[in-house]
Write a new protein. Structure first.
Length: 148
């Protein structure tokens, strides 16, 4: 990503609810931990069942989140700019609960271990917000998998 794209990514982080709880030093450290990730339409960013020591913030593009039930794909949701993805496995230490596939060329800021878990441990408000996202998504997922 060019410098203007990186600036846009960092501006998105500044506006994100996750980062508003951090002081200036915390935000600067978080930006340093982030790595830009680009995927093409149809490319899988996160695969259901895989190990998860990372999460992502969607900078541009659209993705679908899906899970497999009885051998068939269930689309749980579609997400756009600003969405947080992959937080469930990072927080729980369990395998990924869903797949994330790009619907169009998409760019993310990825935060991975070993650094991100240590950062979250030192900033409990971030973990609290990620847990809230996790609970909300779990409710939606249970509803969709139960109905399907």
């Amino acid at each position: 990503m060019n410098e203007s794209g990186l600036k846009i990514a960092h501006e998105l982080l500044e506006r994100s609810y996750l980062f508003k709880t951090l002081d200036e030093d915390g935000r600067a450290e978080m930006k340093q931990l982030g790595q830009l990730v680009h995927v093409q339409a149809g490319e899988v960013l996160i695969e259901e069942g895989s190990e998860g020591g990372s999460f992502y913030v969607l900078v541009s593009g659209r993705v679908k989140v899906s899970a497999t039930k009885e051998g068939r794909e269930i689309v749980l949701t579609e997400l756009g700019r600003g969405a947080v993805l992959g937080e469930v496995a990072l927080i729980t230490g369990q395998p990924r609960t869903a797949s994330v596939t790009a619907l169009e060329p998409s760019t993310f800021i990825g935060f991975a271990d070993p650094g991100i878990s240590d950062f979250i441990a030192r900033h409990p408000k971030i973990k609290e917000l990620l847990v809230r996202v996790l609970v909300h998504r779990a409710k939606d997922t249970v509803e969709k998998l139960t109905v399907s």
